[in-house]
Design a protein around this ligand. Structure first.
Ligand code: GDP
Length: 439
């Protein structure tokens, strides 16, 4: 309908310098494939039945489903968005109540939420899988399914799944609805697909900004999250001269005790002059009261914020700088099925992304999202064992891109291959020896 047409919204820019008539209605040009459109309903009715008409379906979809924590979910969603753009699919997300309060809708005049009436919202036992289809393609007479589960989950497929190969992309292209299961940032594998190469190089002249752009396009905090973000920022971070974000994700607190982790993070911050050391003698140096650093600590454990806060409250620093430490929450354990828990996680990821420097945890996707949104290369601390800190305590990431922890190891002829020597803009990750990332 024309009801929502507002002439003022159609700027000269959009009229291509008056090439188009001023009455040009943007609405009339919107993709008509969106959820609840007629073509959408038609595709949904196809169910999993194979059909000869499938190839004629103009509207295609990729349905993102959640797996693992919020960081994993966000990096996968960004990769799914890129895949959707490259393959001309509508991106739909299956958010449960645990993600309902996180983000604003990113696409104007449409919704990315998977409609309730999607036939396989909860249960997809009977939907064909990508692997199943790969095996079947030997029989070329096989009919194409209209719905397919694309499982790119980590550790799901120990051998080659050929997702990074043109031939597989050719097969997937015929399937109207892909249901994606993944917790990985698989964008680097899209850069390995020859038929995507040209489009990708036009989209991303700088390869290390892929997540930065996709993430900033997609992820806008909901009002509830924004309220928490702005209140915390204004109360604690806004007035500081410099904001330092410490993201402390410890997977095993027995193997990596808090004491050692703190020691290592401090060693890192001292070495790279991110935080000042403490004055050892009680001294008479007058503190430079007007210079201050705010430290944002994100961690499941309260010990980190408490320890650092006390340290800088009870001591003067060698530079005279005043350092204040803040930790917004300490949830103790991951609880990714809970909306408020996820809102807190999102709030902290976003607050980290407002910092001037970041120290992040090895292999943590939570940190990847923060650094990517911020657009900077973080210092990654090294995993610690027992009371041993590593030397060096941390190293700076080569790019702001998330690491793809479980990339393919084989080429399209199933030969073992080193992708870093094939693609100049793909390197090994600093924090995961088998992982690959864009640079
Ligand atoms: P990863 O496991 O470090 O790669 O990150 P994920 O985000 O995928 O999963 C960890 C989850 O644990 C987060 O999504 C949060 O639910 C929780 N979590 C971990 N670290 C923090 C933190 O610093 N702050 C908050 N609020 N939650 C955290």
């Amino acid at each position: 309908s024309n009801d929502s047409f507002q002439p003022s919204r159609v700027t000269n820019d959009k009229l291509l310098d008056e090439l188009l008539a001023p009455t040009f209605n943007e609405g009339s040009c919107l993709s008509s494939c969106g959820p609840l459109s007629k073509p959408f309903d038609k595709v949904m009715k196809m169910g999993t039945k194979s059909s000869k008409n499938i190839a004629a379906t103009k509207c295609k979809y990729i349905v993102w489903t959640p797996a693992n924590g919020l960081g994993n979910r966000m990096i996968t969603l960004a990769a799914a968005f890129l895949y959707a753009i490259l393959t001309d699919r509508v991106l739909l997300v299956r958010f449960g109540s645990d993600m309902a309060g996180l983000f604003c809708e990113p696409f104007p005049d449409s919704s990315w939420l998977l409609p309730q009436k999607f036939p396989y919202r909860k249960e997809w036992k009977h939907v064909e899988t990508y692997e199943g289809m790969l095996n079947k393609t030997k029989n070329s007479k096989e009919l194409w399914p209209s719905f397919l589960i694309l499982n790119l989950q980590h550790a799901h497929d120990r051998h080659n799944n050929f997702f990074h190969c043109d031939r597989s992309q050719g097969l997937l292209h015929k399937v109207p609805v892909l249901i994606l299961r993944s917790d990985q940032y698989f964008a680097p594998s899209l850069f390995m697909v020859p038929s995507f190469e040209q489009e990708l190089s036009k989209m991303f002249p700088e390869k290390d900004t892929v997540f930065h752009h996709l993430g900033r396009y997609l992820f806008h905090p909901s009002n509830e999250a924004w309220d928490l973000i702005t209140r915390f920022y204004q109360a604690h971070l806004a007035k500081a001269k410099e904001r330092i974000g410490l993201q402390i994700r410890v997977y095993n607190t027995h193997k990596s005790p808090h004491e050692t982790v703190i020691k290592e993070i401090l060693a890192c911050t001292y070495k790279h002059k991110l935080l000042p050391e403490l004055e050892m003698q009680s001294s008479v140096t007058s503190p430079m009261k007007n210079t201050s650093k705010a430290v944002l600590v994100a961690s499941l454990y309260p010990e980190y914020g408490e320890k650092l806060r006390a340290m800088y409250l009870n001591n003067t620093t060698v530079t005279g700088e005043v350092v204040r430490v803040f930790q917004p929450s300490h949830e103790q354990r991951q609880n990714s099925n809970d909306n408020m828990h996820n809102i807190k996680a999102w709030t902290e990821i976003y607050l980290l992304s407002l910092c001037d420097a970041l120290i992040t945890s090895p292999r943590s996707t939570f940190g990847y999202v923060a650094q990517g949104l911020r657009g900077l290369k973080p210092w990654i601390w090294q995993k610690v064992f027992g009371d041993q800190i590593s030397d060096p305590p941390c190293q700076q990431a080569m790019s702001m891109e998330p690491c793809f922890h479980y990339p393919p190891k084989h080429d399209c002829k199933d030969r073992k291959v080193n992708f870093t020597s094939l693609f100049p803009h793909i390197i090994s990750c600093e924090d995961a020896s088998l992982g690959l990332k864009l640079v």
